[in-house]
Write a protein that binds this ligand. Structure first.
Ligand code: 6GU
Length: 246
């Protein structure tokens, strides 16, 4: 899968790209991430990419020309028979990103992630390019870069061969309609500062362990995220949890 990240701050991504799981996926040829600096498409002598908003107001708006021309240049980097890839614009105004969206995006061969800064893009960027607008949550980031990394991170771990075990993302919280939070985990030592590991995890009885974990997941979900139990189960989801069990 190929990602193209279009940004004014490509350096923000370099540390992340050299990180273990993603670096491994890149080294194994499963993923490719190309960074593009929008400023390289600026026309003026001073290479400015933003300007004051018409009508007044605070902040700066990203000019349409460098953004549109950068996107078009990146989209044209393909063979004649290949589709241009999905264009995603990161903005707090977008469709909310979640595990279901990650699974959908993981089906794509190529994603173009367009990161904004300042007060946003000139409206003609959206009018001309019709990107899919995506937000990672109801809060405001200083730019789309951290959101783009969030999307790359969540999508890459769904690609076949990226995680050690092919199935290890399937049982994750929120995956394929799983609506339960993860159960608690313990490792050695058996006792630390007076806190002991639950006995059931030590006795090697795997049906008992599975049942304890299921109950712990239910308990946590009820305490922390009742909303997950209230919302209707998705198509293809696991059995709905037994709401009466303790
Ligand atoms: Cl995608 N961008 C920015 N700037 N802020 C956000 C966001 C994106 N998603 C949530 N907040």
């Amino acid at each position: 899968m190929r990602f193209d990240v279009l940004t004014l701050f490509p350096e923000i991504f370099s540390g992340y790209l050299s990180q273990s799981l993603l670096k491994l996926a890149i080294d194994r040829g499963l993923v490719r991430v190309d960074l593009h600096n929008i400023r390289d498409w600026a026309r003026s002598k001073h290479r400015n990419v933003d300007d004051r908003p018409f009508g007044g107001g605070p902040g700066m708006v990203l000019k349409p020309e460098p953004v549109v021309e950068c996107v078009e240049a990146v989209q044209s980097q393909r063979d004649a028979e290949q589709p241009p890839g999905r264009l995603i614009l990161l903005t707090p105004q977008g469709r909310r990103f979640d595990q279901r969206v990650a699974e959908e995006l993981a089906q794509s061969d190529r994603l173009l992630l367009l990161c904004g800064r300042y007060e946003g893009f000139d409206q003609r960027v959206m009018d001309l390019l019709s990107p899919e607008e995506v937000s990672v949550g109801d809060f405001v980031l200083n730019g789309g870069e951290v959101a783009a990394m969030t999307i790359v991170d969540a999508v890459v771990r769904l690609l076949p061969g990226v995680l050690g075990d092919e199935n290890s993302s399937i049982e994750d919280s929120f995956s394929r309609g799983n609506r339960l939070l993860e159960h608690a985990q313990y490792t050695r030592p058996r006792e630390y500062r007076g806190l002991a590991v639950p006995d059931v995890l030590l006795n090697g009885n795997h049906p008992d362990i599975a049942e304890w974990r299921r109950q712990d997941s239910l308990r946590r979900t009820r305490d922390r995220r009742q909303d997950l139990l209230d919302s209707p189960a998705e198509e293809g989801s696991h059995e709905p949890p037994d709401a009466d069990s303790k």
